[in-house]
Design a protein around this ligand. Structure first.
Ligand code: AGP
Length: 606
């Protein structure tokens, strides 16, 4: 939800600033702006549009400077206009500010600032910050003191960075519940919303914690707590991600690249140390009630985990959407909450975990981004090691989390004697075959999926149906279609169909049905009933199944046949297929694949 970056260096940093903000574009991309310090004045350039479009239109790179800040916006307060684009400036032009988060008391602050004579140019909550800085500086005659006073007056969430003509060699920044880190290079320093921003320049990072502010210059940086004003000794975190994995590497889109990376990300999920997962398993086993929380895709991952853990280990966990967690879940000291988040910065999920902790529950998280807020908040952390996921649509990170949940389910089953050691070993060996099978399916089926996606890309309504663990796969697959192709897709349990939605079946509603392997006899047959119900009403069904012998020839309108695999991995394979189907539908519709409209990679607001 908005990306902020800042660079201060020896020579001209304008190109580095461009690259660092472009690397954050997946966080929001409806408008972009920069502030560059030029001798004793601040040059602000901003406009609507994506980073590259803005830089080209405004010819931004012709402005040279050794210090600057930049912002890429995902609108929350105020429409997508040039006026609402960051940076925002004080009336005297001496402060330029970029911000990610929401200032919840901005109306009251704005009213009192207007009474003091400040003129506002935007509808944003952010604009109160430069005016407060100006006002507090007038009183205190010291930028750092004015910054601290301003921070104490702000309610809500923020990652803030600003430059000021009073200190032309310094970037000031602060954090409360929105991500912020520093990149530490030789004779160059960075401020960024995440590692991706500056990974091309340095792998040394300092993670700013809530309640801290930093003053960064070319040769040094200092971090302090803004309540105590005391300096905080911060460790350097070594970024383990490789800069190359953040690039497209020959693929037309990050989404396709990340789908194709799944054999590797599944391998990485299988390599997560047993000891790390054992702590989670122990937490679930010892709890009175276990909860799985996530939101959007990770809620569907949580639902997948709920089915898997229930069927493998015979233990019921509640899967709850993070945004509903506080309203729905009774957590207490005997509860265990496992949160799932790719970014580790999702406001709703962080809020759910904080709520759980405040009630004395034990917590754990499966997270992709090391150093993220969730990874520092949860009592135990499983780093899934999927590498940077740049496309706004989550693919590889979600699949890797599902694999980790299967491992947790198997371990819990073993721990509870619901499974023999031999059965556990067999299941693990099935899981270890998954990367190779995904690779083969990607190699052999991509062309066919491309063809059928292109044939049906004009269909306006899809029903995605699955039963049992295939139901969350249907939900997640439908979400892929909605967010990348902007096509209406509704996920539903197969058994639900006859309780109402069947009335909708006609020639305009197309269905995709996730059929389990035949060996799951009861589920297989129940799923085929759903297919029959649709076909009896002349509805179209695309069946994704494992019957290589093709016995269902007359049952489906279109079929996508996968190699027959164990039920343990069958739903995961189907998810890969539906990711590709959504991707190719979206390319046929000429959608903006990696940056779909109205979305942002990590939603850091509530
Ligand atoms: C995924 O494709 C979506 N963009 C979105 O639902 C996402 O999964 C959700 O916002 C949660 O994000 P997180 O995993 O970073 O917490």
């Amino acid at each position: 939800m908005c990306g902020i970056s800042g660079v201060v260096g020896l020579k001209d940093i304008s190109n580095a600033l461009f690259e660092t903000i472009r690397n954050l574009e997946y966080r929001g991309y409806d408008s972009c702006g920069v502030a560059l310090l030029n001798k004793n004045s601040i040059v602000v350039k901003k406009n609507v549009g994506g980073v590259e479009e803005f830089y080209r239109k405004e010819n931004v790179l012709r402005h040279k400077s050794s210090i600057g800040i930049a912002h890429t916006r995902w609108a929350t307060h105020g429409r997508v206009t040039r006026e609402n684009t960051h940076p925002h400036q004080s009336c005297d032009g001496k402060f330029a500010v970029v911000h990610n988060g929401i200032i919840s008391n901005y109306r009251a602050l704005k009213e009192s600032l207007v009474r003091l004579g400040h003129r506002f140019e935007s509808e944003t909550d952010t604009e109160v910050i430069p005016h407060l800085l100006e006002e507090n500086h007038r009183k205190l005659n010291n930028v750092e003191a004015a910054f601290v006073k301003t921070l104490c007056e702000l309610e809500g969430t923020f990652a803030i960075a600003f430059v000021s003509t009073y200190h032309p060699g310094q970037i000031f920044c602060a954090k409360r519940e929105s991500p912020l880190m520093l990149g530490i290079g030789d004779e160059i320093k960075f401020v960024g919303s995440d590692f991706n921003s500056f990974i091309d320049y340095t792998k040394n990072a300092v993670i700013i914690d809530d309640g801290e502010y930093a003053i960064v210059s070319r040769d040094s940086y200092m971090v302090k707590n803004y309540l105590t004003r005391e300096e905080v000794a911060k460790p350097i975190t070594k970024i383990e991600w490789d800069a190359e994995t953040s690039k497209k590497g020959g693929f037309p889109h990050y989404m396709l690249k990340e789908i194709h990376e799944q054999p590797q990300t599944v391998t990485n999920a299988l390599d997560v140390e047993d000891a790390v997962l054992d702590k989670v398993v122990e937490g679930i086993a010892q709890s009175g009630q276990g909860h799985l929380v996530g939101v959007g895709t990770t809620y569907y991952v949580a639902q997948f985990g709920q089915y898997m853990i229930s069927s493998l280990a015979g233990q019921s966990l509640f899967a709850v959407s993070s945004d509903e967690f506080a309203a729905l879940s009774n957590v207490g000291r005997d509860s265990f909450v496992l949160a799932l988040s790719q970014s580790g910065e999702t406001y709703d999920t962080l809020t759910a975990v904080k709520h759980a902790k405040s009630r004395g529950a034990r917590t754990a998280a499966v997270v992709n981004v090391m150093g993220s807020s969730l990874s520092r908040l949860a009592d135990n952390v499983v780093l899934q090691g999927s590498g940077p996921e740049i496309c706004v649509i989550s693919t590889k990170a979600a699949l890797a989390q599902m694999v980790i949940l299967v491992r947790i389910g198997l371990k819990l089953a073993l721990r509870k004697n619901a499974m023999t050691a031999a059965a556990f070993d067999r299941s693990m060996s099935v899981l270890r075959d998954l990367p190779g099978i995904i690779q083969a399916v990607l190699n052999e089926r991509s062309g066919f999926i491309h063809r059928i996606a292109h044939e049906y890309f004009k269909i306006k309504h899809w029903l995605y149906l699955g039963r049992g663990v295939y139901y969350p796969i249907a939900l997640e697959s439908a979400l892929k279609m909605k967010e990348v192709a902007y096509v209406h897709a509704e996920g539903m349990p197969g058994g639900f169909l006859k309780h109402g939605t069947l009335a909708m079946i006609d020639k305009d509603i197309y269905s995709i049905v996730f059929i389990p392997p035949r060996e799951e006899k009861a589920l297989y047959e129940a799923t085929l009933h759903s297919v029959e119900e649709i076909r009896a009403r002349s509805g179209f069904v695309l069946g994704i199944h494992f019957d290589e012998r093709g016995k269902n020839k007359n049952l489906f309108s279109e079929e996508l046949i996968l190699p027959n695999v164990s039920p343990l991995i069958a739903p995961l394979l189907q998810l890969v297929i539906s990711q590709l189907f959504a991707y190719f539908t979206a390319t046929s519709l000429k959608r903006d694949i990696d940056k779909p409209r109205s979305l942002a990679k990590s939603v850091t607001v509530g």
